[in-house]
Design a protein around this ligand. Structure first.
Ligand SMILES: [Zn+2]
Length: 260
């Protein structure tokens, strides 16, 4: 059990701060569900053989890369133990990253895709559709047109979100004041890759508070092929739309890009 928690923690999935004490509490279960969602496994929080395998394989991939780069992570045994943690710290220090010992998104990118041709890490935030992947922008335009035809005044509130801004949002409710609004660090949200946008219905120039309008908006978005945050299981997110090309954010950090 402690092994499991160390792996989840080392892979930067301990976003809700469970204690690494070998007790399978609800926070540990939530983190497992987050991991299962990411890899399209049945997200029931139960650590099945397949969940174990994917989790350990992910640790092994990190260990192999560290070793390959001269950071001694020990035998690639799939356990995120002290030797691996220490190797991650050294790697982070050498790369000007905060030496947390966990493979957070920026560390992941530096390790798996050290020289990205299209570095999203330093792009500025924008609420303009041109900041999105061209296919996602196309879907967003179709969606806006459809909402107009249905007499809804829909406005885009966020398109591309910078990694720094995402980190600030992640801090909120954790080590900064406010309520928790996201479980994603910078680089771990589809907004940070131009594959998501937020929208809201407006009435008389003000954002609507009418849930029905949001639901109507969400249905229209789904009609054009977008995934709507209103259908999410973990954090239900009415303003949110995304199109992922079947990639999770670790794929993107590792250097995989949409084929389109
Ligand atoms: Zn969003």
């Amino acid at each position: 059990m402690k092994w499991l928690q160390m792996n989840v923690n080392g892979l930067a999935l301990n976003y809700n701060g469970f204690a690494i004490d070998g007790v399978f509490d609800t926070k540990t279960e939530e983190a497992i569900k987050n991991f299962q969602d990411r890899f399209l496994l049945n997200s029931n929080g139960i650590v099945s053989t397949s969940t174990w395998k994917v989790l350990n394989d992910n640790v092994r991939a990190v260990q192999n890369l560290l070793n390959l780069n001269g950071y001694r992570a020990g035998a690639p045994d799939g356990w995120f133990g002290p030797v691996t943690t220490s190797a991650v710290r050294t790697f982070q220090s050498d790369n000007g990253l905060y030496p947390s010992g966990i493979v957070d998104p920026r560390t992941r990118q530096r390790l798996f895709n050290p020289r990205p041709k299209d570095n999203y890490e330093y792009r500025p935030s924008s609420n303009d559709l041109t900041s999105l992947h061209p296919y996602v922008a196309l879907l967003a335009r179709r969606f806006l047109q459809l909402t107009q035809e249905n007499n809804l005044d829909i406005r885009i509130t966020t398109a591309f979100r910078s990694w720094d801004e995402e980190d600030r949002l992640f801090a909120q409710g954790r080590w900064a004041p406010g309520q928790i609004v996201t479980n994603a660090r910078g680089g771990d949200s589809y907004h940070n890759w131009g594959l998501a946008f937020d929208a809201a219905p407006f009435e008389n120039g003000k954002m609507s508070t009418d849930t029905q309008k949001f639901i109507q908006m969400g249905q229209l978005g789904q009609q054009v092929g977008l995934q709507w945050g209103g259908t999410f299981k973990s954090i239900v997110d009415y303003p949110h739309f995304q199109y992922t090309f079947g990639l999770n954010t670790w794929d993107l950090l590792n250097g995989v890009r949409p084929a389109w």
